[in-house]
Design a protein around this ligand. Structure first.
Ligand SMILES: Cc1cc2nc3c(=O)[nH]c(=O)nc-3n(C[C@H](O)[C@H](O)[C@H](O)COP(=O)(O)OP(=O)(O)OC[C@H]3O[C@@H](n4cnc5c(N)ncnc54)[C@H](O)[C@@H]3O)c2cc1C
Length: 428
């Protein structure tokens, strides 16, 4: 029997993998009895912010990771493709359908017992996967800290607001994907230079909520838009408000464009891309209503900002997400030092893969480091003076032999596919 703590992206993925291998799983989830600051439902694998699982391009790092997860057997991706909504070349999902799909599969699996309880202690001699996420309850966080003898770390993360689609002005907002790649699934709100300057002034002078120290600890990949804007008036124009490839008519490029991405299958909700924010709610409304097309927008969920806990994994976990000190205990998901929905699920899958082999006394061997799933595991287990949570990215793969620059991505992909296929056939 394996005890899994947390039915999030990582815990659900791990439970499903082990149960399908005939191993009994006790899956502990504290919601709905104990809530986190962010989760809103009691469903499993709830997406706490964006509804996007990012790029589907197999040459992109996260696209590569997805393909590897499918080879190994991923419930999260099965659910994502079953509940996909239009988002150009990205994989976005109907967030409620996605979580419901996973919850039903898990609850109906004969090898999984779901226990709605907060876990406060970890038995180091029992097979356990800790997958309690970045919002793990504080008693459990203290237990993790003392079990592994580490200093707790955190950074701050921010959530983007969600808009009621029926309140968008469609005379101004138009459908288009950047450079017309994929389906035109984004709504675009164009700005003139003057409109941008008014918006910029409001954004950078608006009142922020709480957290005096967050500017030093903010994670670059999920930075509040007001902090990014504070770096200079041009910064957003090269980031989330980049207008290139979004011209409504050829040759008529707006000064800036704010994009909205469909948030549910009914296309009734839209989130503002790259607009994670920690502004006071009244200020969010004021700033958002300055965006052309959103003059009367109704905000159904405001952006928020909060602490995000993770373990400094090098020296604590090995390349199989297994504790070095307590070999029956694995740690997976965002709390293990990976960052992102897909990455969290991938680490859950990886931990479960190795856990099954440990229980069945098979050889333990990390995934090859030239696969994305293996490169991420190597990153979290390798000593690093400034350890930070990691997204899938091509920079963590081993260098290629001499090659032409334009062949690089294809070579990474082909090398990873061959490596994973040979590893999986060896590991049977
Ligand atoms: C505010 C915020 C916004 C984010 N936005 C994005 C985004 O837009 N895109 C993206 O790719 N990533 C995002 N992330 C990062 C990350 O991908 C998500 O946090 C993801 O949900 C992590 O998956 P997980 O399985 O590790 O944790 P979770 O999905 O949070 O699952 C952990 C589960 O454990 C449960 N739990 C906690 N403590 C206990 C306990 N003691 N006993 C029992 N159960 C417990 C929780 O209730 C939860 O269900 C965001 C993170 C945060 C915090």
């Amino acid at each position: 029997m394996v005890k899994i703590i947390g039915a999030g992206l990582a815990g659900s993925e791990a439970a499903w993998y082990l149960a399908n291998k005939g191993i009994k799983v006790k899956l502990y989830e504290m919601r709905p009895f104990v809530k986190t600051d962010i989760h809103q439902t009691s469903d499993f694998a709830e997406l706490v912010c964006s509804n996007s699982l990012r790029s589907n391009d197999p040459l992109n790092a996260v696209g590569m990771l997805k393909n590897e997860m499918i080879q190994i057997g991923s419930l999260i991706l099965e659910a994502a493709y079953a509940t996909q909504v239009k988002a150009g070349s990205s994989l976005a999902v109907d967030r409620y359908g996605f979580s419901e799909y996973i919850t039903n599969k898990i609850r109906n699996h004969e090898n999984i017992e779901v226990i709605n309880e907060e876990v406060k202690e970890i038995d180091k001699d029992a097979y356990t996967i800790v997958a309690a996420g970045p919002l793990a309850s504080s008693d459990l966080t203290n237990e993790i800290q003392s079990l592994f003898g580490v200093k707790k770390l955190h950074f701050f993360d921010a959530v983007a607001p969600i808009i009621d689609g029926s309140t968008i002005n469609y005379d101004i907002a138009y459908l288009k994907s950047r450079y017309d790649k994929g389906e035109a699934a984004y709504l675009n709100c164009p700005m003139t230079k003057e409109q941008y300057e008014t918006f910029y002034e409001a954004l950078t002078t608006a009142e922020r909520a709480g957290f005096k120290d967050f500017e030093v600890n903010v994670f670059e990949g999920c930075m509040p838009v007001e902090i990014m804007a504070g770096r200079g008036i041009e910064t957003l124009l090269y980031g989330p408000l980049k207008p290139v490839g979004l011209e409504k008519e050829p040759g008529q490029r707006p000064h800036a464009v704010i994009q909205l991405r469909q948030d549910d299958a009914a296309s009734s909700l839209y989130n503002i891309v790259g607009f994670q924010t920690n502004l006071k709610w009244s200020e969010q409304k004021r700033v958002i209503q300055l965006i052309p097309g959103l003059e009367n927008a109704s905000i159904v969920r405001y952006g928020v900002m909060h602490k995000n806990t993770y373990l400094e994994s090098p020296g604590v976990l090995n390349r199989m997400y297994q504790s070095i000190a307590h070999d029956k205990v694995f740690v997976a998901g965002q709390i293990s030092g990976v960052e992102g929905y897909v990455e969290s699920a991938a680490s859950g899958l990886s931990a479960a893969f190795h856990m099954e082999r440990l229980i069945n006394q098979k050889v333990l061997k990390p995934f090859p480091e030239d696969t994305m799933i293996g490169a991420m595991a190597r990153y979290i287990a390798t000593p690093n003076k400034s350890f930070n949570p990691i997204n899938a990215n091509l920079g963590i793969l081993p260098e290629l032999a001499k090659h032409k620059k334009k062949e690089r991505k294809m070579l990474y992909k082909e090398r990873a596919e061959a490596s994973l296929a040979s590893y999986l056939s060896e590991m049977i």
